[in-house]
Each structure stands twice: as structure tokens, then as C-alpha cells.
Write a protein that binds this ligand. Sequence first.
Ligand SMILES: *Cc1c(COP(=O)(O)O)cnc(C)c1O
Length: 391
Amino acid sequence: MNDQNSIQITDYYDAETFKRIKAFADTQETPCLVVDTATIANQYDELVENFPYANVYYAVKANPAPQVLSLLRDRGSNFDIASIYELDKVMALDVSPDRISYGNTIKKSKDIRAFYDRGVRLFATDSEADLRNIAKAAPGSKVYVRILTEGTQTADWPLSRKFGCHTDMAMDLLILARDLGLVPYGVSFHVGSQQREIGAWDAALGNVKVIFDRLKEEDGIVLQMINMGGGFPANYVSRTNDLKTYAEEIERFIREDFGDDFPEIIIEPGRSLIANAGVLVSEVVLISRKSRHGLHRWVFTDVGKFSGLIETLDESIKFPVYTEKTGECEDVVIAGPTCDSADIMYEHYKYGLPLNLAMGDRMYWFTTGAYTTTYSAVCFNGFPPLQDYYV
Ligand SMILES: *Cc1c(COP(=O)(O)O)cnc(C)c1O
């Protein structure tokens, strides 16, 4: 037992912002996600301030709500898109195709063609088969090759193993790209989402440098662009350095490898732009123990793994959970409302919630603006998808 609920609102939101979000949520049924768009605007401005030399390509998968997309469009963001469905969403908002990158390395030939027909000329790849498809379906386009990265241990939500190829293969692909009439444009990587080890960018940039140098010296290919992906932090229970520290370190890494003459630099933030803007509000459905002397209470709430909290898989992302109840706390297991025993959010990592927390009380899941609404199931057990509001 410990005596305090360690989650403080002001560690995550300024007091006014939280008040505004809560006032809106008070008028709504749970569960619902309330996203404060002013926070997204601030996060975007802060990012641009910290990475003044970079072009931002927002990773649309983090939250594709039109309110989010149009806000970022108006601030000058570009868009990293993974499917024709995301492409439709973004282009419906009059974003011009020269602000779009098709960043998914896994794609159908006919989808490459659809992007090309709509004017997109920037494509990611990491395999020969995909590259040949691009050459056919999107002739003359710019391609960048994604390389594998280390750092899966220190990223809370790794993205590194499934995508990318070895540096030797990346060079082969860039040479082949030229031979197929494409523009060998650059190299990309993603160090893993919510990457807590800033050195992961150093290692990846070192590999990029090798590719830039060798292709120039041995093949006369001058690459122009580095896409540093996402991985920048949001505020969860496991703390990270602040964005400024990431930016200063990463700029130093680039300068060490490339001198003062930077190539074009792209960053693709998702989580770091959006997550901090959201609060997911749920209600306690049931509190129980599993035996007479059961040590832990189980707190069942009306949001779960299937209604937006899938990133609690393996307890990877530890969302701060706040309640208005105060006083003595006890470690609990937190689980969702469905008839699936996988629907347990936190069991090993113990959240201390107040002993006087009661059925019907609301729980506030902080930092839930990214990777929640779209991960929500459409109808499991009849539960509707997560409702979201933008204020
Ligand atoms: C998901 C994804 C991102 C966003 O990563 P975050 O860690 O959420 O910022 C960026 N680039 C690519 C290619 C992605 O797949």
C-alpha cells in the first residue's frame, strides 16, 4: 500500500487545459476521448522550433481525425501516409500531393499506381520486389530506402524489426532504383516509437552516413534526403527527456556526420504531436476481489484493449490513470469490460488507485490522443468504437 495517487494533473496538462477537457467530458457518456486541439497546435509549433531545419511529415496513423489533419495542414505540415484510405482522408482536405509521402514499405502495385495517379511522387521501400513495383507503377518518382535500426529494447512500442533492410541491401536498392529510372532520393529509419534512448538516432545516422558516402564515391549517386522517422516522446508514466534535449542531441549527431551542410531532413512525428492532447474518460463498472483474502482489487472499467487501449499489450505503454478520489491507495489490476481475458490492461505493473474509488467513478487516461481511436474494434461484444471529440 502507498498513500497517494502519484498521478498529478499538472505533470501532464496545464490546469486550464485539463479543466476545459474535463468540463466537456462531464457532458458526455463514457468512454470517450477528448482531444484538445490547441495542445496539438502547441506541440507542432514546439517541434518546428526544435527542428527548424526539418520538414515535418505527420504520421497520419497516429490520429486521422479531420480536425487534426486540417489543423496540421494549415500549419504547413506534410503527411506520411500508409494506405489509399489515409490518402483519401488527407486529399479530401485539399492537401496537395507534393506534401505527401507514401511511407509504407508494404503495398500493392495497384495502390502505388493510385498514389501516382493522384500526383504523389515520394515513396518508401525496403525490398527489391516493392522497388520494381514502384518503377513500373510510379515511373520517375523519388524513392528512399528504409534501413533496419537497433533500439528495440529502449522503445516502448518498437517499429523496427518488420520494416527496413540491412545497409548493404539499402545500397543495392538505391543503385537499382537509379537503373530503373527512379530518383534514388535518400534513406529513412524509424528508431521505434516512444524511443527513450536518444543514442538510437546516433547509431542510425551513422549507418545513413555510410550509405551516403559509399554511393557517392563508388557509384556517383548523390543522395539528398534523410528521413529520421518518429519515435519522439509523449508523456507517459515512464518518463523521458524533453523534446528540446532530443532535438539538441540529434542535431549534434547530424552535424558530426554531415557537417554544417545538412541534407534535406524529414521527421515523421505521430505520437509526440498528438498523444499529449488527449484524455480518455472511462467509468468504473465493477470492483471486485478474486478470493476472500485476495490481495488485489480488480478494477473493471468501460474502456479496454478493444476500445482504444491496445498499446497496453505487454503493458508496453503505461498511460497515466487519474481519478478525482484521493487518500490512501492500493495496488490494483485494471481490466476492460469485454468477455475476453486478454482484455486486462495492467496486472504486473501495479497502479495505485485510491481505496475509496467506487463503481460509477470516472477514470481519466492521460496522453491518449494518439493510437487509440483507430485501434478501437468496431463491435466486439457489441461495444461501439471509441467516441472521440475535438475541443
Ligand atoms: C508510425 C510511424 C511513424 C510515427 O511514429 P511515432 O513514434 O508515433 O512518432 C513515423 N513514420 C513511420 C514510417 C511510421 O510507420
